[in-house]
Ligand binder design. Sequence first.
Ligand code: GRG
Length: 281
Amino acid sequence: MAKYESYYKDYLTAIEQTLEKVLPPQTQHPGILHEAMRYSVFPGGKRFRPVLALAACEATGGKMHDALYAGAAIELIHAYSLVHDDLPSLDNDEMRRGKLSCHKRFGEANALLAGDALLTLAFQVLTFIPAPDAVKSLILELSTASGSCGMIGGQVADLDVDRDNLDLPMLDYISIHKTGKLIKASAVMGAIASKAPQTSKDRMEKFGELLGMAFQSIDDMIDRDGYAAVMKSKEIRDKARDLIAKAKREIKPLGKKAVKLQALADYLANRIPGRKHVSVD
Ligand code: GRG
C-alpha cells in the first residue's frame, strides 16, 4: 500500500482544515487556553480515528465531507484524552509527539482546562451538522464511547489493575474500553454521517470493534506494554492478524466503496512489528 500520508492525503487535508476552522484562534481571549488547545491538536499524530470515520462514511455510501465534523469531534476527544493522560496525576509524561506535553509547556492548571475545553468543543462541533437526527445519534455514540462506560472506564481499570497479576480478561477489558470504544465509535459515526441503514451501522460496529482490539494489541507490541506482559510476541502478532482478517471479512460485502476502509485495516497490519507487508485476507 502507498504510504499512509499520501494514500489518505485528501482525507488528511480536509481533517486539518476542519480542525483549523473549529478551534478558536489563539488571538481570541483567553489566549493562553486557546494556544494550549491548539498546541495539543497541531501538529497531530496519525489522525487514525477521523480517517477511519471518513473511510467508514464512504464505505457506507456517503461522501467523505459528510463525516468531517464527526471526525473532528472524535479527534478533539482523542486530543483531550492525551492531554489529561499525560498529567502528573495520571501517566506523568513530559513529552508527547516529540515535544513537551501540554502541562510541561503551559502548566498543570492550563493543561487540565485545555483538555476540558477540547472535550466540550467536540460536542459543540457535532451541532454544526445540519441534520438533527444524525446529531442526536452522533452525540449518543461519542459520549457513550468516551464516558465512564467507555474510554474513561477503561482508563480507571488501567489505573486500578494489579500490575503483578495481570490476566487476559482484565487486559481485554482495558483494551476494549480505553482504546477500542473510541475506534469503534469512529467507524459507527462514519456510518451515521452517511445516513446508512442499520445493517451497515452494525457492520461498522463489528469492524470498529475488531480494529480497536487490533490497534491496542499492536500498540502494546510496539511499546512492550499491556498484552506484552502476558503473551508472547508471536501470540500477539497472530491475534492482531486474526482480528484484522476478521475485520476485513466483515466489510467485504460493501465492495468497492470500502476500498479505503480495507486499506486502513492493511495499514494496521503493516504496523505489526517484525514483519513486512502481510496479506490478511
Ligand atoms: C485520561 C480521559 C483520559 C483518558 C485516557 C486514550 C487514553 C485514555 C489515554 C491515552 C494513553 C494511551 C496510550 C491510550 C491508549 C490508546 C492509544 C494507543 C493512544 C494513542 O493513539 P494514537 O496512536 O496517537 O492514535 P496519535 O499520536 O497518532 O494521535
